[in-house]
Design a binder for this molecule. Structure first.
Ligand code: NAD
Ligand code: ZN
Ligand code: ZN
Length: 385
């Protein structure tokens, strides 16, 4: 089959690889009909999340069941499904609490309580390095989906792939960032990053009752899209200090909630890069620092942007003095997806208005290139195997 294969930093290409096969009774083999490129994939492409061997990429995908293992009771050949990006068993301590990215069974080699850089990681993720289970991903013609009684969700034929594909990751991720902040109604929510994840967090903020939604991003074309599809206020941090502006917009207090939808690959200066190298840090925590500064006292900062190393000078004193609540992590997609599918089905939210490019899987290298460089007004790419 054809698949997008990661070889080394900067090198992802469409190639012919072996077809996947059923390995466990609860596996299905999915014929992928649509798959997307994610900001999280860029961390692998750019070497921020290490991967030393070849790997089929992709954790955002949907398709049609081609073959079901003997233990699969909930799906049969021909069913059309979307698949949450965490691989989770459905019955361990964490899965039972709705915390699927911490599944105790899906990542036996590297899992542990430590959450360290190279060991004691969380549960597995599709196409997301040996650290997260070493599973082949779904930027491919076919993919093996383990724990198929727990992960895949059937989708009505009346909904197109484009309408529902972003339920695999970015919409539940944006939703997590807002749900974690437990809005009561009327809050000002400032969302750093207006990429696919930030755009989804903007939608979630309105749906959950925010009074104001502010998008911060250095890319004007992404702010323009945010304004057009999500009716948000916008700040370009290259034009003015976003922290000062957010305070000015909120009677000097700061936003009730700040969301970091950027993570470690935020824009940074040469000096930032030198400092990071000396400190063995990967990337920067500049956006997290801005969230801590721009949030009001006793407010909430939620972090869905990815971080992979410790950072010196983490602003512990500010977090304590202001009495902040913080929540971080991979999105527990399994927990939210069943309440999100009806929102799409009933037209209460539109997800594919952020889609800018649809490419054949064979053009995956080009897709990664324009998504990484933010060229051609690229926001979100769907690949068709
Ligand atoms: N927690 C999860 O479950 C989860 C799921 C999906 C993605 N993610 C992560 O979310 C992050 C965003 O993903 P994406 O697909 O939207 O990626 P993306 O790279 O398309 O978007 C990041 C955006 O941040 C902007 N940005 C850069 N520096 C900034 C700054 N200083 N202030 C404000 N904005 C800045 C960029 O211009 C870009 O628009 C990534 O770290 C990704 O790994 C996490
Ligand atoms: Zn993703
Ligand atoms: Zn589990």
């Amino acid at each position: 089959m054809k698949a997008a294969v990661f070889h080394k930093i900067g090198d992802i290409r469409a190639e012919t690889v072996a077809d996947p096969a059923i390995e466990q009774p609860e596996d299905v083999i999915l014929k992928v009909t649509s798959t997307a490129i994610c900001g999280s994939d860029l961390h692998i492409l750019n070497g921020f999340i290490p991967q030393l061997q070849d790997m089929v990429m992709g954790h955002e995908f949907m398709g049609i069941v081609e073959e079901a293992g003997p233990g699969v009771t909930k799906l049969k050949k021909g069913d059309r499904v979307v698949v949450p990006f965490p691989i989770a068993c459905g019955h361990c301590f964490f899965c039972s609490m709705g915390l699927s990215p911490n599944c105790e069974n899906s990542n036996p080699e590297k899992y542990g309580p430590e959450g360290d850089m190279l060991k004691g990681k969380g549960g597995a993720l599709f196409g997301y390095t040996e650290l997260y289970g070493g599973y082949s991903g779904g930027q491919a013609e076919y993919v093996r989906v383990p724990y198929a009684n727990f992960g895949p969700r059937k989708i009505a034929d009346s909904l197109s792939d484009e309408q529902v594909l972003f339920l695999t990751d970015i919409f539940p991720t944006g939703w997590s960032a807002i749900d974690w902040a437990q809005l009561q109604g009327g809050e000002t929510v400032a969302i750093f990053g207006s990429g696919p994840v930030g755009l989804m967090a903007q939608k979630a903020a309105w749906l959950k009752g925010a009074g104001r939604v502010i998008a911060i991003d250095p890319l004007d074309y992404r702010l323009a899209l945010a304004k057009r599809v999500n009716n948000v206020e916008t700040i370009n941090p290259d034009d003015a200090d976003p922290v000062e502006l957010i305070r000015q917009m909120t009677n000097g207090r700061g936003a009730d909630v700040c969301v970091d939808a950027v993570g470690l690959e935020a824009e940074r200066s040469f000096l930032d890069k030198v400092k990071a190298t000396i400190n063995f840090e990967k990337g920067t925590m500049k956006v997290l620092e801005n969230c801590v500064k721009a949030v009001r006292r006793a407010g909430t900062v939620t972090v869905v942007g990815v971080y992979g190393t410790p950072f010196d000078n983490f602003p512990l004193h500010t977090i304590f003095d202001k009495g902040l609540k913080l929540q971080f992590g991979q999105a527990p997609v399994h927990k939210y997806i069943d309440e999100l599918i009806p929102l799409v089905d009933e037209g209460k939210v539109i997800l594919n208005d952020i889609l800018t490019h649809t490419l054949p899987l064979t053009e995956v290298s080009h897709g990664y290139d324009i998504f990484k460089k933010k060229e051609d007004n690229c926001v979100k790419i769907i690949l068709k195997p």
